[in-house]
Design a protein around this ligand. Structure first.
Ligand code: SAM
Length: 231
């Protein structure tokens, strides 16, 4: 099993529908806060279900929703069939987009699932798509110091704010027996120190800095903004 196969199997990683909706609204709000001026073209890479992508698309000229899992793309195509600004795309279709045609690439909660050679290919692909004025937002990167306990505390605090505390407590117990835990033990999760991410980005031709806040609810995880390094 690969992580892409895992996500393609439509796993339930949210403790409730309320959690699922609150999560995607929080991500959409975070992306909107980082759109900058104008009417940008945005690529959300590893977008998942992107339930609130319409909120982002409203502020964009075009929003590419890109995910490697075919079943995720099929759902996105159905959900956003009437949104002319949203284009659902597979990772290998990115090669057909013109260089420099994207203003913002967002990759939230994806890097942990990418083997290092795949991450390097992604960085090259994203750099080609971005112009010297564009930005890459890499978010929800897990530092080695952050484990399941920190994630559990962050989830409970999010649940408290969003009104699904009981479901979160029950969900955390279920997680102990979940497929996610088993697959994580089998495939591993890529965790990075901040300096390592900055170095990887530098090696790929970016200049990067830590960015606050992280997208999403978990501020123990990290976000970075990267731009083309000056040549
Ligand atoms: C944890 S979900 C994150 C979804 C969304 N970005 C969010 O923040 O909620 C990870 C997503 O990355 C996708 N993914 C995993 N490996 C990928 C790859 N190599 N290229 C593109 N997407 C990938 C999975 O299919 C899954 O939908």
């Amino acid at each position: 099993m690969s992580w892409i196969e895992y996500w393609d199997d439509k796993p339930t990683i949210y403790v409730s529908q309320r959690h699922r909706e609150a999560h995607y609204r929080c991500i959409a709000d975070g992306i909107v806060a980082n759109l900058g001026d104008g009417n940008p073209v945005v690529l959300d890479y590893g977008c998942g279900e992107a339930l609130s992508a319409d909120l982002v698309a409203r502020k964009c000229r075009r929003l590419y929703l890109c995910d490697a899992a075919p079943s995720v793309r099929a759902e996105l195509l159905k959900r956003f069939a009437s949104e002319p600004r949203i284009v659902v795309i597979a990772p290998d279709e990115l090669a057909s987009l013109p260089g420099g045609s994207v203003d913002l690439v967002v990759a939230n909660s994806v890097v942990q699932y990418l083997p290092s050679d795949v991450l390097q290919t992604c960085l090259q692909d994203w750099r080609r798509l971005l112009s010297p004025k564009s930005r890459l937002l890499l978010a929800d990167i897990i530092p080695p110091s952050v484990g399941p306990l920190t994630d559990a505390v962050a989830l409970l605090s999010f649940a408290w704010r969003e009104g699904f505390t009981l479901a979160a407590a029950a969900g955390l117990v279920r997680t102990l027996f979940s497929d996610y835990r088993k697959v994580r033990a089998e495939l591993g999760l890529q965790q990075y120190e901040a300096e390592t991410i900055v170095s990887l980005l530098k090696a790929a031709g970016f200049s990067a800095r830590r960015h606050h806040p992280n997208l999403g609810h978990n501020q123990a995880r990290m976000a970075f903004i990267a731009v083309h390094a000056a040549s």
